[in-house]
Design a protein around this ligand. Structure first.
Ligand SMILES: Nc1nc2c(c(=O)[nH]1)N=C(CO)CN2
Length: 200
């Protein structure tokens, strides 16, 4: 593994930045493993939301526990707004998988939802990206952490800011709340409901 650095309490990370993830349990945001989900082609599923919900149901059986989840956010496809609109969201997970094993697991879940790897940015049934793995940063044998484009995408940082506004980006030192303000890609992204799981 190449220079994977675990930098605690640098870059202005607050050691006590935590979110509630269950009864008597809090998560130190410094350790957050964050996965982004996206869908703009429902395939055989009734809706994009159904794809994303079904994929989350799959996480646990793959050794990935969802600790916190955002709402689903809708946005025009970037860079080509002629493509079908996206539904996106993020989850904070707990897993024993190391970053590479987690990537392989996410790839298996994508495959189970019939994602075809064709051209870059082509419509996809399910796209799962590893946004961050704790404070790891750098190039881990070809896996770049945190995800190099996540910070500039409102359809990623908006959902992160929803569940963990105080999360600090391991490289640029900005909070999710700040990044959601400054992200330049997908500025039209909005949650489809006020709260995850709430009726329309
Ligand atoms: N709105 C939106 N546009 C995209 C998205 C996405 O998740 N949402 N993902 C892409 C490939 O990573 C390309 N474009």
């Amino acid at each position: 593994m190449v220079e994977a650095v675990n930098r605690n309490e640098e870059n202005g990370v607050r050691a006590d930045a935590r979110i509630d993830v269950g009864i008597d349990e809090t998560l130190n945001l410094n350790d957050a493993v964050i996965v982004a989900l996206g869908c703009n082609d429902k395939g055989v599923w009734p809706s994009n939301e159904a794809v994303l919900e079904a994929s989350l149901a799959r996480f646990r059986s793959e050794g990935v526990d969802v600790l916190a989840r955002s709402s689903w956010w809708r946005s025009m496809a970037w860079p080509d707004p002629q493509d079908p609109p996206f539904l996106n969201g993020v989850v904070i997970v707990r897993t024993e998988h190391d970053p590479h094993a987690l990537m392989a697991t996410l790839g298996r879940i994508e495959d189970a939802f019939g994602r075809e790897r064709s051209t870059r940015n082509a419509p996809r049934t399910l796209d799962l990206d590893l946004v961050a793995y704790g404070r790891l940063s750098g190039d881990l044998d070809g896996l770049i952490l945190p995800h190099p484009r996540a910070a500039d995408r409102l359809f990623v940082m908006g959902p992160v800011a929803q569940i963990a506004p105080e999360w600090v980006h391991p490289v640029n030192g900005q909070t999710a709340a700040n990044l959601a303000q400054t992200a330049s890609v997908g500025r039209d992204a909005r949650p489809i409901r006020a709260e995850p799981g709430q009726a329309d």
